[in-house]
Design a protein around this ligand. Structure first.
Ligand SMILES: [Zn+2]
Length: 310
C-alpha cells in the first residue's frame, strides 16, 4: 500500500541527549501525543521535546487552530495528527488514534490508516497562535502557508527571522532559518488586546513575559495554553523554565503571578493549564503556587530562582 510521505515515521521523537541533559533532570511530567483527557477537544502533538496543540474552530470539526508549530520545519507530526483526527474512520475510534500517534508506533499499525487525503490538511489549519518566538515552537510555521499566524509584537521579529531571541537560548539557537519563516507574514498582537476570534472560538490573550519578553498565554474553553511560562513537575507543583533558557527569571515569576491574578480578577473561566514541555495541571495548582510565590517575590528580588521549587 502506498502511504503518503507525510504519514510515514518522522524523526521527531525526543532526542535522547536532550532528554538526559535537560528534560529528565527538570522533573517535568511526561507528555504523550493524542487527545488530552483533562482538556476535552484538545489534541497534543509531540514535536521533538516540544509540543503543539490542535483545537477545532467550527462545530463540524473541519477547521482547526494550533497553539505553536513545533520544532520540525515540515511539521510532519502535526500534519499526520490532523490527518488522523479529520479522518472519520480514525476519529470514530479514539483508542486507535492514541496508539497511532505514538512517535515510534510500528509501521505496520500505521498502515491501517487508509485513504487519508493530505491536501486539505494544510488549508484546514486556519490559525497558529504562537506562545513565544523560540525555535522549538516556531520551526513548523512555514509548513502552513494558509494559516493566519498570531504573535506578540515583542516576539514577532524572532518569528520573522529578522533577529534571534534574547538571552542565552536565543544566542544558542540563532535566528529562525529562512526555510522555517512564515511565507504569509504574521499578525502582531498589539499590547492591551484581550481577546481574538478564530472561527467560532474566542481566545483570551494574556501577556506573560520573562521567558521571552513577548511570551503570551492563550485561554479558550477552560484551558490556558502557557507555552514555556511554567511546567508542572513530578512533585505535583509548578516550576518555572530554568534560568539558562529564560530571558529574565524575575520577570517570569512576576508575570506568572500577575497572569493568575488577572484571570481571577476578570473572572475568566480557566480550569486546566496546558504547558508546552510537560503534561497538563489544574488552575488550582497554579493558584497554590501563586499564593506561595507572591509574598516572597517582592521580598527577594535578587533570587527569583528560589521560586523554582515552589
Ligand atoms: Zn521557550
Amino acid at each position: 500500500m502506498n502511504i503518503p510521505r507525510v504519514l510515514r515515521g518522522s524523526r521527531e521523537e525526543v532526542n535522547p541527549v536532550v532528554d538526559r541533559l535537560f528534560l529528565a533532570p527538570s522533573g517535568a511530567t511526561k507528555m504523550k501525543s493524542g487527545p488530552i483527557y483533562e482538556a476535552p477537544g484538545v489534541t497534543r502533538v509531540l514535536s521533538g521535546h516540544s509540543s503543539a496543540y490542535l483545537l477545532p474552530t467550527n462545530p463540524e470539526k473541519t477547521e482547526y487552530m494550533a497553539i505553536d508549530a513545533g520544532m520540525d520545519r515540515r511539521a510532519r507530526n502535526i500534519k499526520r495528527m490532523m490527518a488522523m483526527i479529520m479522518n472519520p474512520v480514525v476519529a470514530a475510534n479514539p483508542e486507535e488514534m492514541e496508539l497511532l500517534s505514538e512517535p515510534d508506533v510500528n509501521e505496520q499499525v500505521r498502515r491501517h490508516i487508509t485513504a487519508i487525503e493530505i491536501d486539505p490538511i494544510e488549508t484546514a489549519l486556519r490559525a497558529i497562535l504562537v506562545t513565544h518566538g523560540h525555535k522549538d515552537h516556531t520551526a513548523g510555521l512555514s509548513a502552513f502557508s494558509e494559516a493566519a499566524i498570531y504573535v506578540s509584537q515583542e516576539d514577532s521579529a524572532y518569528v520573522r527571522g529578522s533577529t534571534k531571541a534574547e538571552g542565552k537560548l536565543g544566542w544558542l539557537l540563532g535566528r529562525l532559518p529562512e526555510k522555517s519563516r512564515p511565507h504569509q507574514g504574521v499578525k502582531t498582537l498589539e499590547s492591551g488586546v484581550k481577546e481574538i476570534v478564530i472561527g467560532d472560538r474566542t481566545v483570551g490573550v494574556y501577556k506573560v513575559g520573562g521567558h521571552t519578553t513577548g511570551s503570551v498565554a492563550y485561554g479558550t474553553d477552560g484551558n490556558l495554553f502557557v507555552g514555556d511560562a511554567l511546567y508542572f513537575n513530578k512533585y505535583g507543583g509548578v516550576s518555572l523554565s530554568p534560568g539558562f533558557v529564560s530571558h529574565n527569571m524575575h520577570d517570569a515569576a512576576v508575570s506568572l503571578v500577575q497572569l493568575v491574578n488577572t484571570i481571577d480578577e476578570r473572572g475568566d473561566r480557566i480550569l486546566t493549564v496546558v504547558p508546552s514541555h510537560s503534561d497538563v495541571g489544574s488552575m488550582d495548582t497554579l493558584r497554590r503556587w501563586r499564593d506561595e510565590a507572591e509574598p516572597r517575590l517582592y521580598l527577594d528580588h535578587d533570587r527569583p530562582t528560589e521560586l523554582l521549587a515552589a
